[in-house]
Design a protein around this ligand. Structure first.
Ligand code: PLP
Length: 364
């Protein structure tokens, strides 16, 4: 028998979350962001639930090739554009739309020989200070691009740094509007947090929204809001089983470094899941784990292949009992990935992306 850990990707939840994002921006077309192998879900597996997207946005040319291999003929957007000149050949061949965030990318495009002109998304740096032309340089970039025979259509894009938090989007939106108000072209501004929290302010500039994390059932602004509060369903379940039981006396310790000491007699379940499966090692005593659909707490340290759980709330649990690390239990109960991420001082994004290669993944 294989080790009992398994991840499940829920197609119907992906479809539900995508529809939820569409309803938050009803007049926009939706890029389903599938970078990082569909946030760890696997592009091929996620595709099934995301077919109703208007396009797929990603960064990696190999992932774009995989989308075309799935026979997706619709739009694909390279969010970071091309990394070197020959990437443009693949854009021409696969019909990829691509971001343009710096002068080097315009130079490459100007030197590119193509029969079919390209659709490009010109990116403004409105304050995130990662990629994009500053507002001062943006119009010159637009003018230069619009004169190129290699360019068919220019869309305008920016990315928010604080759509999930108190600073909000107003300062970036003002910078964007000041420079683009009289430029033609479709607009794409919103990540998940912007769609959910600032949809009203963005309605006029939402030709294309770019939700990622919300499609994968995690709240972009946790713990301010929860995934279920936003009407999102978990798209990934990481499940395992109890493979050992220990009965502790008061004063006994558990695991490496003896970081947990029992203060009374207690039953401990040993679970086949560790950091080599992608479970965050930073989780410590108190991290929620669900056993037989009941919320319990992890105790002691995460080791490579195992964690240990206090079974006090589930006296009936024993060898082979179902353990949910995040996602949906067979009882229907949900352990939100964001709760687990929070215990590890990280975000749901990182946990789903870090699912390890050795974990078998099923589609459901
Ligand atoms: C990753 C990414 C998104 C999606 O962000 P989420 O927070 O996952 O919704 C949107 N736009 C760009 C440019 C990105 O890189």
């Amino acid at each position: 028998m294989p080790r009992p850990i398994v991840a499940t990707v829920h197609s119907s939840a992906l479809a539900h979350n995508l529809a939820r994002m569409r309803s938050a921006a009803p007049s926009a077309r939706v890029w389903a962001v599938v970078k990082a192998n569909a946030y760890g879900h696997g592009i091929e597996r996620a595709f099934d639930g995301l077919r109703s997207a208007d396009g797929f946005a990603l960064l990696d040319l190999e992932e774009a090739r995989r989308m075309r291999a799935l026979d997706w003929r619709g739009p694909i957007l390279l969010l970071e554009g091309c990394f070197e000149a020959r990437d443009l050949e693949l854009c021409s061949r696969l019909g990829l739309w691509h971001g343009i965030h710096c002068a080097d990318q315009i130079d490459m495009l100007a030197a590119h020989k193509t029969q079919l002109p390209h659709r490009v998304f010109l990116k403004m740096n409105t304050g995130m200070n990662r990629l994009g032309f500053t507002p001062e340089r943006f119009r010159a970039a637009w003018t230069r691009l619009s004169a190129l025979p290699q360019v068919e259509e220019i869309s305008l894009m920016t990315h928010f740094s604080d759509a999930d938090g108190p600073r909000g989007i107003t300062h970036q939106l003002a910078a964007f509007d000041a420079v683009t108000h009289d430029l033609p072209g479709e607009r794409s501004l919103s990540n998940s947090a912007a769609v959910l929290r600032h949809g009203y302010a963005l309605a006029e500039r939402s030709d294309w929204i770019r939700p990622g994390i919300a499609v994968y059932g995690s709240a972009p602004d946790f713990p301010l809001n929860s995934a279920s509060g936003w009407g999102l369903e978990p798209t990934m379940t990481l499940a395992s089983r109890i493979i050992g039981i220990q009965d502790l006396a008061a004063g006994d310790t558990v695991g490496y470094g003896s970081s947990f000491t029992a203060d009374r007699p207690m039953r401990i379940g040993v679970v086949a899941c560790g950091y080599a499966d992608g479970y965050p090692r930073h989780c410590s005593t108190g991290t929620p784990v669900m056993v037989n659909g009941v919320r319990c707490r992890m105790v002691g340290r995460v080791s490579m292949d195992m964690i240990t759980v206090d079974l006090t709330p589930v006296p009936a649990a024993g060898m082979g009992s179902e353990v949910i690390l995040w996602g949906r239990s067979s009882t229907g109960a949900v352990l939100p990935i964001d709760d687990v991420a929070h215990s590890a001082a990280t975000v749901g994004y990182e946990l789903m992306c870090a699912l390890a290669q050795r974990v078998p993944v099923l589609s459901a």
